[in-house]
Design a protein around this ligand. Structure first.
Ligand code: HDD
Length: 707
């Protein structure tokens, strides 16, 4: 597709139903006279079996629910497009990746462990799935916001999922890894050490789905026209940067707005702040497969960007919300096991296992083999084959032929090879091996890259990781599990283990626990091994720390804290400046309804201190005016600014509002660089600059405010 016309949304639109001006009908299109009352034998008599209108309504209602996804049940999605921007025609023949091609897509972001109705702000991995509706069929890149995985072999997927999900006896805790079974499993599985560090980092509590990276995780293969393979890793880089919230904030957001991420994505698209990511690849020539100190097929390893730089090959823009959550976001069926020509699997044993699981789960979840025909799943180029019948079949196949070869239908649908066309072809890789049920010894180094990750973090990020391990392991009741995990941390970084150990009251064991060793030796004859020397010991790409000079406040939400009598000029000064930067100012007052300005004018306010909390905003500003006398008596106002301070956000105060700081819990912190006073410089400019740095994390270290 070269034009900007979105074939997918056009296809979807054919299925939209609009009830406007329509009389209500039964499912068979019969106009309904009364849909409030069942048919009865007299006013006070029993209901009658012949009431097909009632049966029609209830029978459908009784079947409204389908099984939620066994993992990634909680998700939010949107339509968009992908525009290929680089010439990689010598590397892959995939048409949608050819420069200038625009392809419609649907993206779904998810948490892993929680049920469908769980909070968005759980500490968790985020799913990052994209279905490209290409001219050569659907291609799904089903990744995560973390570039490595807990396990190396798909056989253990049900185990890791059972361990992290609520415990089977009492179905607790919901959407949380901080419990015994998860850490029991992790502490027996040293291969999960690398991913557990990512999970304990701020990556696992994103500020927004629009502000997280995505990764294909596995090494895949690109194939060119000649069938030559190049290994490839996929990365999604968000244009808004990579940002998190603070852990305490995450927990509070879960109470104030469990839909925080879903709402943020929805509202951004509605406002026209279309989220964008660049798609980048790391390309590794086939002959370099064995060049690294780690195995490219091991999904617990990254390829550091310093070893293989990223090449940007296109941009994804999400520009349309679903019309209907169930029909689109819920019924979309992702499957990393379905490819388009020019892309192939590698032999990563986790990826190989995924190839089976997804179609299998969709067959169950979506009720049979015709889920491909649901509007959200249909390819835009059509599907033509001899598969037929089954529950919910929608396509109506013409003619009497549904087999191949045939002559009665002139050999159609034909095989591409018979017409000299090129369809999907797998890489003709030579394999000469014995069948074994086991693991490659080249997968046995579990700690070097975990160490690389930890050592690449800034000081505050290390602190957050230490706090996260301490939090999670404190929630574990079994002391042996705590100790066993501490022994793993000690292999990664003794200082990490020591500090977590202090919080748990345990001295980190020097050696891995005998049980951990016993299970690891089931997979690796020699364990632990002497790790190969890594190419690098630090990688700046692994840290989320940002330089304000490179930051943006585009689409951020800033609370303007007002009350009746506020000075309009003082409000507009900040609001206009924020607008120019693409940020959104939100007025919060002591009551909703009309706000009275000092100049007699009024403005409708939709948010009050009763409904809002600082955790749902990126920064706050207090303008001056007669509102100050009101706010100085308003405990919820002080709760707002105290919490904003505690969570390391920028707070600006107009000149006449500065006195409010004296009543706050940070009244000694007027010199804090994130507390910006109009009397002391260019307030608006300084405020925006500080916000571009996202948070003032070093404020946290001193634990200056206990809210
Ligand atoms: Fe998976 C869903 C990502 C390993 C089996 N997975 C699912 C989703 C994402 C991922 C983002 C949600 C898709 C959506 O939005 O509908 N999964 C991953 C990544 C993995 C991974 C990045 C490792 C690199 N998964 C993995 C393995 C297996 C599965 C090894 C099984 C062998 N995953 C599933 C599943 C799910 C799923 C059970 C649940 C619902 C679904 O597929 O559609 O089949």
């Amino acid at each position: 597709m070269k034009s900007k016309e979105n074939k997918k949304t056009k296809q979807i639109d054919q299925h939209l139903v609009n009830n406007a001006d329509k009389g209500m009908t039964s499912n068979d299109g019969v106009l309904i006279h009364d849909n409030n009352n069942t048919l009865k034998a007299g006013d006070r008599g029993p209901s009658l079996l012949e009431d097909f209108i009632y049966q029609d309504k209830l029978a459908h209602f009784d079947r409204e629910r389908i099984p939620e996804r066994v993992v990634h049940a909680r998700g939010s999605g949107a339509h968009g497009i992908f525009e290929a921007t680089a010439d990689i025609s010598s590397i892959t023949r995939a048409k949608f990746l050819q420069k200038g091609t625009v392809t419609p897509l649907f993206a779904r972001f998810s948490t892993v462990a929680g049920f469908k109705g769980s909070t968005d702000l759980a500490r968790d991995v985020r799913g990052f799935s994209v279905k490209f509706y290409t001219e050569e069929g659907n291609y799904d890149l089903v990744g995560n916001n973390i570039p490595v995985f807990f396990i190396q072999d798909a056989m253990q997927f049900p185990d890791v999922v059972h361990a992290v999900k609520p415990e089977p006896n009492n179905e607790m805790p919901q959407a949380a890894s901080a419990h015994d079974t998860f850490w029991d499993f992790i502490s027996l599985m040293p291969e999960s050490a690398h991913m557990s560090l990512w999970l304990m980092s701020d990556r696992a509590i994103p500020r927004s789905l629009r502000m997280m990276e995505g990764f294909g995780v596995h090494t895949f293969k690109f194939l060119n026209d000649q069938g030559k393979a190049t290994f490839v890793k996929f990365h999604w880089k968000p244009r808004l940067g990579v940002h998190s919230v603070a852990w305490q904030e995450a927990q509070k957001i879960s109470g104030y707005d469990a839909d925080f991420h879903r709402r943020d994505l929805w509202e951004a698209i509605e406002k026209g702040d279309f989220p964008q990511w660049d798609l980048a690849v790391q390309l590794i020539p086939e002959e370099d497969e064995m060049k690294f100190s780690f195995d490219l097929l091991d999904p617990t390893k990254i390829i550091p960007e310093e070893l293989v730089p990223l090449k940007i090959i296109g941009t994804m823009t999400l520009n349309r919300n679903p019309e209907n959550f169930f029909a689109e976001t819920e019924q979309i069926a992702f499957d990393p096991g379905r490819l388009v020509p020019g892309i192939d699997f590698s032999n990563d044993p986790l990826l190989q296992g995924r190839v089976f699981s997804y179609a299998d789960t969709q067959n169950y979840r979506l009720g049979g083999p015709n889920f491909h025909e649901l509007p959200i799943n249909r390819p835009v180029n059509g599907k033509f084959n001899n598969q037929k019948d089954g529950f919910g079949r929608q396509d109506i196949l013409k003619g009497n032929v549904s087999y191949f070869p045939n002559s009665l239908a002139e050999g159609c649908p034909y095989h591409a090879m018979l017409k000299g066309e090129k369809g999907f072809e797998s890489h003709s890789e030579k394999i000469d091996a014995k069948k074994i049920r086991g693991r490659s010894p080249s997968f046995a180094d579990h700690f070097t890259q975990a160490r690389l990750f930890f050592q690449s973090q800034s000081e505050y990020e290390k602190e957050h990781i230490i706090n996260a391990y301490s939090f999670e392991l404190s929630k574990v009741k079994d002391l042996n599990v705590r100790k066993r995990e501490l022994a793993i941390l000690n292999q990664i970084d003794p200082n990490l283990a020591k500090q977590v150990g202090v919080n748990l009251g345990i001295e980190p064991p020097k050696e891995l626990d005998p049980l951990t060793l016993q299970f690891a030796r089931q997979n690796f004859e020699k364990y632990p091994i002497k790790a190969p020397k890594p190419e690098i010991t630090k990688s700046s790409a692994l840290s989320m720390a940002i330089n304000p000079e490179e930051g943006t406040i585009k689409s951020r939400k800033v609370a303007i804290l007002v009350a009746d009598g506020v000075n309009k000029k003082s409000v507009d000064l900040m609001r206009n400046a924020l607008q120019k930067e693409g940020a959104h100012a939100v007025l919060i007052s002591t009551h909703v309804g009309n706000l009275k300005y000092n100049d007699g004018s009024e403005e409708l306010v939709q948010f009050s201190y009763l409904t809002e909390a600082s955790v749902c905003y990126d920064a706050c500003y207090t303008p001056d005016g007669d509102s100050i006398a009101v706010l100085s008596q308003e405990p919820d106002y002080f709760q707002f600014i105290n919490e904003a301070f505690r969570h390391c956000k920028a707070l600006a105060f107009a000149k006449g509002a500065e006195e409010l700081i004296d009543k706050s819990l940070f009244n000694n912190e007027k010199k804090d660089k994130g507390v910006i006073l109009e009397s002391q410089g260019n307030m608006v400019k300084d405020f925006i600059y500080i916000m571009k740095g996202h948070r003032i994390w070093d404020r946290e270290k001193a634990r200056k405010v206990a809210v």
